[in-house]
Write a protein that binds this ligand. Structure first.
Ligand code: DOR
Ligand code: ZN
Length: 329
């Protein structure tokens, strides 16, 4: 049995820098025609020069593989002049509330103060991508942020807002309320709950932000993904950290899924009789919502047991050592 995907896209990806970039970028480019690249480097990608340098490093790491990096800038106050010169190089600007995740200390401390830049983005048609968590109790952080999305969507009705890596039923419900809201969802949040991370022996390779939630949350995400909800896109949030930063006290947040994402999505969608929806979930919706035309690239999978490696260089993937029933051809 074969499966053919046209220009699959990963709408939320961490590629890192230097040696890590060289290891993980080709793995994404083996599966995807393009990806939205997160800017949470140290220092963050927040200037024309850093953006150009990062893009060049990604292109070099990808080599001859067809892969379009859709670049993002790290949110800060940007003048209209800056936005005018930067906008042709980016797909959007990523806003992190200060301190909520990896390398987000330079994020936004007070959202009200961010609104003048957000207004300029609305006027210039630049999408806003958001890590939607507060500093509340860890299980409640996304739901506590939903009122912020609600307010932003109303206050800036022409602004396209992406709720990144949603993890709750309430976030899926909010999607219905505003036409200018869209969302990404990860593979891991379609598969796991907090129990898989911490219900038995602790599995640091499933620890990420936002943390995996309850079975009813996973169910709502799954139903929306399997139906290829028109405002939901696949975004892996594949976030590699070296093994030494994961298997330790003070484990870094991030699940590495880039090389296994498509086989595992195929397995999941097939199990639920929804393979016909996978194309829209991994490409069609994103193309329509962002108005992008990715490079033509046919990615083929076939039915064959794939043994997930114990590691890719220094990084342990989700389900390392396990198997998946689909394989990249
Ligand atoms: O788990 C996460 N890891 N969540 C994020 O938002 C950032 C990411 C990272 O960069 O490691
Ligand atoms: Zn992320």
């Amino acid at each position: 049995m074969q499966l053919q995907l046209e220009s699959p896209l990963d709408m939320h990806l961490h590629l890192r820098q230097d040696d890590m970039l060289k290891i993980v970028a080709p793995l994404s480019a083996a599966s995807f025609a393009g990806a939205v690249i997160m800017p949470n480097l140290l220092p963050p990608v927040d200037s024309a020069e850093r953006l150009a340098n990062y893009r060049r490093a990604i292109d070099a790491a990808v080599g001859d593989l067809t892969f379009e990096p859709y670049m993002t800038l790290f949110f800060r106050d940007y003048s209209e002049g800056e936005l005018l010169t930067l906008r042709e190089h980016i797909i959007g600007i990523k806003l992190y509330p200060a301190g909520v995740t990896t390398n987000s200390d330079a994020g936004v401390a007070a959202l009200e103060a961010a609104e003048s830049t957000i207004g300029r983005m609305e006027d210039l048609g630049i999408p806003l991508l958001v890590h939607g968590e507060t500093n509340d109790f860890v299980m409640d952080r996304e739901e506590a942020f939903l009122s912020v999305y609600d307010r932003l969507a109303q206050r800036f009705p022409r602004l396209q807002i992406t709720m990144e890596h949603i993890t709750t039923r309430r976030a899926v419900e909010l999607l219905e309320r505003h036409d200018n809201l869209r969302a990404t969802v990860t593979l891991h949040h379609l598969l796991i709950t907090l129990d898989d991370l911490a219900g038995g022996l602790l599995n640091p390779h499933l620890f990420c932000k936002p943390i995996a939630k309850r079975p009813e949350d996973r169910q709502a995400l799954l139903e929306a993904a399997l139906a290829a909800h028109p405002r939901l896109m696949f975004g892996s949030d594949s976030a590699p950290h070296p093994l030494s930063s994961k298997e330790c006290s003070g484990c870094a947040a991030g699940v590495f899924t880039a090389p296994i994402a498509l086989p595992m999505l195929a397995e999941l969608f097939e199990r639920h009789g929804a393979l016909d929806k996978l194309q829209d979930f991994v490409s069609g919706n994103a193309q329509r919502l962002y108005g992008i035309t990715p490079p033509p690239k046919v990615v083929r999978l076939h039915k064959e047991e794939f043994h997930i490696p114990a590691a890719y260089g220094p990084v342990v993937p989700m389900n390392a050592g396990g198997t998946v029933t689909w394989c990249l051809s």
